[in-house]
Each structure stands twice: as structure tokens, then as C-alpha cells.
Write a protein that binds this ligand. Structure first.
Ligand SMILES: O=C(O)CCC(=O)C(=O)O
Ligand SMILES: [Fe+2]
Length: 199
């Protein structure tokens, strides 16, 4: 992984970013505990699968769109690769999630609300019991269209050696194993990064 770039123009950037990273990481542990209980796993089941600091806090800058003919989509429909993603409110609307009915639902958060998306690694581990959230970012149609957009997702990743094979408790006659090939989280990540041509 590339080293962090710390802008010197913003005095407390490094300290505040680390603080945000740590707080989102703690929140992620709590959310995974709730997700574990909901599918009858021990509450702390995920705790030692995510304790090696493999997660990423990624500030994203979407440039302003000044060209009226530019595509309306800033980030195309996709699923995140990791366990869960925590999104603090972005600087402008635009995030949309795909509902079960196949409609795009705009998600606009205020104040201290945090959006939680399930990623493909959790989907795999739970044999689709927790399906990953398909989402995209569109360009707003109001005056925010011509402004840049900032968003800072926290991608909570399992440790690289975690086996992402479906948990036996998530395999039932009605939900047979969808992922018979054994893969570690590291192998899964490499496979996905190759698919999207990032490596
Ligand atoms: O910009 C956002 O609000 C979401 C970004 C996103 O979906 C991603 O980076 O995977
Ligand atoms: Fe995403």
C-alpha cells in the first residue's frame, strides 16, 4: 500500500484524520458485533478478524462538473470489496443505493448520521445472508452540480489471512454454499483489484 500523503497546508490534518480513523474503527467493531448477534454468532465473533489495522480511511475529491454534457454519474454502480463501509456525511448529496425493488434511493445524511454499507467480503463470509449494498454517486441536479464534492469513506477490512469461506451456520438447504472456492481476504482483494485494473 502507498504511504499516506499529509497535506502541510492544514495544520491538524494528520492528528484529526488519525482520530477519525480510530473512532470509525471502534464504531465498526460495535456494528460488526450487532451484525454477529443478528445471525446468531457470538457477539465478539468478528473482533479478532479485524484487529490488524488493514482498514482504509480514504478522502475522495470529485471535481466540479462544469460541462453540461458530462455524464450524470460520478461513481458508477458498484459494491465495495471490504466487510463494511462507514460513510460520514459528504459535502454534497449524490450517494444512491439500489433497493431490493431495483430503484435508486438517494441517501442524504445530516449532522452526525453515518451510512453503513455491507461489502462483498462480508457477503461472501455470510453466504449472501448479508448481501453487499450496490451503490453509486450521481451528480446533483441543483446548484451543487457545479461544486466539487468531498467524501471520506471508511473501508473496514478483515485481516489478510481471514478465510472468506461461507460460515457453516450461514449454509442451509434453502441457501446452499454459493462460494465453494476457498479464498483468503488477501487473495480476494488481489483478485478484485486485478479485475478493476488497480494492480
Ligand atoms: O463518495 C461517496 O459518497 C461514496 C464513495 C464510494 O462508494 C466508494 O469510494 O466506494
Ligand atoms: Fe463504494
Amino acid at each position: 500500500m502507498q504511504p499516506n500523503i499529509w497535506p502541510s497546508e492544514v495544520p491538524d490534518f494528520q492528528e484529526k484524520s488519525y482520530k477519525l480513523f480510530e473512532e470509525l474503527d471502534k464504531l465498526g467493531v460495535r456494528i460488526l458485533r450487532a451484525l454477529a448477534l443478528h445471525i446468531n454468532l457470538p457477539e465478539t465473533f468478528f473482533d479478532n478478524l479485524i484487529d490488524s489495522g488493514n482498514s482504509i480511511l480514504r478522502p475522495i475529491y470529485y471535481p466540479p462538473i462544469q460541462d453540461g454534457n458530462a455524464p450524470n454519474v460520478r461513481a458508477g454502480a458498484h459494491e465495495d470489496i471490504n466487510f463494511i463501509t462507514l460513510l460520514v456525511g459528504a459535502s454534497a448529496e449524490g450517494l444512491e443505493v439500489l433497493t431490493k425493488e431495483g430503484a435508486w434511493l438517494p441517501i442524504t445524511t445530516h449532522d452526525d448520521a453515518i451510512v453503513v454499507n455491507i461489502g462483498d467480503m462480508l457477503q461472501r463470509l455470510t453466504n449472501n445472508v448479508y448481501p453487499s449494498t450496490t451503490h453509486r454517486v450521481v451528480n446533483p441536479t441543483n446548484e451543487n452540480a457545479s461544486k466539487p464534492r468531498y467524501s471520506v469513506p471508511y473501508f473496514l477490512h478483515p485481516n489478510p489471512d481471514v478465510l472468506l469461506d461461507p460460515l457453516p451456520s450461514c449454509i442451509t438447504p434453502g441457501n446452499p454454499n454459493h462460494y465453494p472456492d476457498s479464498l483468503t481476504s488477501h487473495e480476494f482483494l488481489q483478485q478484485r483489484l486485478r479485475e478493476i485494473k488497480l494492480i
